[in-house]
Design a protein around this ligand. Structure first.
Ligand SMILES: Cc1cc2nc3c(=O)[nH]c(=O)nc-3n(C[C@H](O)[C@H](O)[C@H](O)COP(=O)(O)OP(=O)(O)OC[C@H]3O[C@@H](n4cnc5c(N)ncnc54)[C@H](O)[C@@H]3O)c2cc1C
Ligand code: SF4
Length: 331
């Protein structure tokens, strides 16, 4: 591990100022992803700015009926919160499908959004990887890519985004609040993550030194009827091969409102706008759900090792929508 300086931020503006002065610095939250990367040599910062003492550990109602989640709210606390449990069940299910109890006790909302891909080559510094060392190559294309992307990838990188929570938040139209050297800004989560293109080293639109302070959820009343379904190789401690976050409102057999995001299939949580367009105003039937899934996956470009994800994503999406049209959502 490379030597680095450690500073504990007293307040948000000093946290931002500390990083602004140090191009090789990073924020430290729960450390469950960053510390692994320090040990592996994937990340070699000169400075760690510990933000865990900043006052962003609350979940608060907003005047518009939405909810503000502080960036330092731990994943366990978010999953246990009464308002979140009653109004955004898919978010609770996504959180509880991630990592383990001990990890969720440490992992924070901001850190979870910024965790990095689990592509095996990214985490192995003896291998080339365009995301870690731009221009070095992408061995996953010809190598091991079973877990990697079928949508939104590029010649340079086919990695998937690993967060379960982010998939639920994209489906919920969440907004990220950020404080940086130039002041505050607000970014819809659906625009927060970048596709790799020719710059796979940049996962998000954040600039160096920008601190996530909170995530805002809109009221979205029909999200009380929502579900997160994750398919993975093991029942615990495994990242999604495919996941679906969906909220559905059906009246008189017709889809009135719908939000869908897919996980495990793309370099970012994938908002399924094409599927949503097919569904809105259409009869809530299995046939329509299948057409919606097929519309979303029509652009999929799988490789030999991950072609199974195309039918898997289609079937998981259809099953999730069928469950949501039934009286009780199945676990
Ligand atoms: C064995 C294992 C299994 C896992 N399984 C899953 C899983 O199934 N599903 C899943 O979703 N996740 C899983 N995870 C990942 C886990 O959820 C993340 O490691 C965790 O959410 C990261 O949060 P953190 O607070 O520890 O972030 P840290 O490790 O502290 O930080 C991560 C990154 O975010 C940056 N950062 C942190 N907070 C801020 C902020 N407020 N503003 C700006 N930058 C910030 C840091 O600089 C760093 O780059 C797993 C992790 C492990 C170790
Ligand atoms: S898929 Fe992306 S992260 Fe994986 S080896 Fe290729 S460039 Fe690196």
């Amino acid at each position: 591990m490379n030597p680095f300086r450690y500073e504990r931020a007293r307040d948000a503006s000093s946290a931002v100022a500390l990083l602004a002065q140090e191009p090789g610095g990073v924020f430290l939250a729960g450390g469950t992803n960053l510390v692994d990367h320090l040990k592996l040599g994937v990340s070699q910062p000169d400075l760690l700015v510990d933000i865990t003492h900043l006052p962003y550990d609350r979940i608060e109602p907003l005047p518009d009926g939405g909810v503000r989640i502080g960036a330092l709210v731990r994943n366990s606390d978010l999953a246990a919160d009464r308002i979140i449990r009653s109004r955004y069940p898919l978010l609770v299910q996504a959180l509880l499908a991630g990592a383990s109890g001990q990890l969720r006790n440490l992992a924070t909302t901001g850190g979870n959004l910024l965790q990095r891909t689990r592509c095996v080559y990214f985490q192995d510094i003896s291998k080339p990887c365009n995301k870690r060392v731009p221009g070095s190559g992408c061995p996953a294309q010809e190598g091991y890519h079973r877990e990697l992307a079928i949508l939104g990838a590029s010649e340079a990188c086919i990695a998937t985004h690993p967060s379960d929570m982010a998939v639920a938040l994209v489906a919920l139209d969440a907004v990220v609040r950020v404080l940086g050297p130039q002041g505050e800004r607000v970014i819809p989560l659906v625009d927060f993550y970048r596709l790799p293109g020719e710059e796979p080293q940049r996962d998000t639109v954040l600039e160096h030194g920008e601190l996530i302070t909170a995530v805002d959820l809109p009221p979205l009343p029909f999200a009380t009827r929502s579900h997160y379904r994750k398919v993975r190789d093991r029942a615990s401690y495994a990242f999604a091969l495919v996941s679906v976050a969906a909220a559905l409102e059906v009246a008189d057999g017709v889809v009135r409102e719908v939000r869908i995001a897919l996980g495990g299939v793309a370099p970012r949580p994938w908002r399924a706008t094409k599927a949503e367009a097919v569904l809105r105003g259409a009869p809530a039937t299995e046939d329509v759900f299948r057409r919606a899934a097929e519309a979303e996956l029509a652009d999929a470009q799988p490789l030999p090792g991950n072609a199974f994800k195309v039918p898997l994503a289609r079937n998981v999406l259809v099953r999730t929508l069928l469950d949501l049209t039934e009286e009780e959502v199945q676990p």
